[in-house]
Design a protein around this ligand. Structure first.
Ligand code: XBP
Ligand code: MG
Length: 268
């Protein structure tokens, strides 16, 4: 049992609903700019989200349409080019104000800062996308609110592997049980769980209906004003607005009931 030291936020789907009207639109424009007739509609894109990482998603979509082309020698370079263009298009959408933070995100970030809870990010997306989102939704100083921004290709294996969470924990010299992760997807939840971090799932547009066994809480958002979040926390129905004190109380209960790790060395 430890006090809550840090909150580690996922980005896409958690800080903001970026996928359907942000990343998906940017992928489709990049395809069209390259003269490709590929188009990912909302439903197909939802299925493709099982493949984390934009370059990996392009490679997967291409292999399904055109296995020979996708395995040609120049395919990796073409994927890099498409993805570079997609990142430019995505950050332009963010700069144009097309993506807002989800309700309650700014409130929770500010509250956590006031409460002395450290902040970090663990995401699969490209670092430039995170920087653009924080800058254009919270202002230029917001990047400095996060002690560590773990993003994109900095780790070899993307979510659902725990690597990005482990990277952030190592950079901040924290143990998994010192933290809470906030996620919106199955791969993201699996990554946080595999890293051993108590996790709040805030369901979003592409979050599947079931799953998330073992989550500390599963809600429909963080809640804001009189639009309270609803769902389950610590196995019970819960309704309200999630703030730093809420997370600290859930974290206390969740870590108190967590059995010691198998390789833990008893003290005293
Ligand atoms: C979501 C992802 C990302 C984005 C696209 O990341 O899987 O790949 O869909 O971004 P998370 P890139 O939920 O972990 O924030 O094209 O830059 O990969
Ligand atoms: Mg996500």
């Amino acid at each position: 049992m430890t006090a809550l030291a840090a909150i580690i936020f996922d980005v896409d789907g958690t800080l903001a609903e970026t996928e359907r009207d942000g990343h998906r639109v940017a992928f489709n424009r990049a395809f069209s700019d390259a003269g490709l007739d590929w188009h990912w509609d909302e439903t197909e894109y939802g299925r493709l989200l099982a493949v984390t990482g934009g370059k990996e998603r392009i490679a997967h979509g291409w292999a399904r349409r055109d296995p020979a082309g996708a395995s040609a020698p120049d395919a990796p370079r073409r994927i890099q080019d498409l993805h570079r263009r997609k990142t430019t298009l995505y950050t332009s959408l963010v700069e144009a104000g097309r993506i807002d933070l989800r309700p309650g995100v700014e409130r929770l970030l500010r509250d956590a800062r006031s409460a002395g809870v450290r902040l970090a990010i663990a995401t699969t997306t490209t670092p430039a996308n995170v920087e653009s989102l924080l800058h254009h939704t919270l202002g230029p100083s917001a990047l400095s609110w996060f002690e560590c921004i773990g993003a994109g290709d900095i780790v070899a294996r993307k979510k659902p592997a725990p690597d990005i969470y482990r990277h952030v924990l190592a950079r901040m010299s924290l143990a998994p049980a010192d933290c809470v992760a906030i996620e919106d997807s199955e791969p993201g939840f699996a990554a946080a769980q595999a890293a051993g971090i108590p996790t709040l799932v805030t369901r979003g547009h592409y979050t599947p209906a079931g799953g998330f066994e073992g989550a500390m809480a599963v809600l429909d958002g963080l809640g804001e004003g009189d639009r309270h979040a609803t769902g389950m926390a610590l196995g019970r129905s819960w309704q309200g607005n999630v703030d730093a004190a809420t997370l600290a109380a859930w974290h206390y209960a969740a870590t108190r009931s967590t059995p010691p790790a198998e390789n833990a060395v008893p003290t005293g």
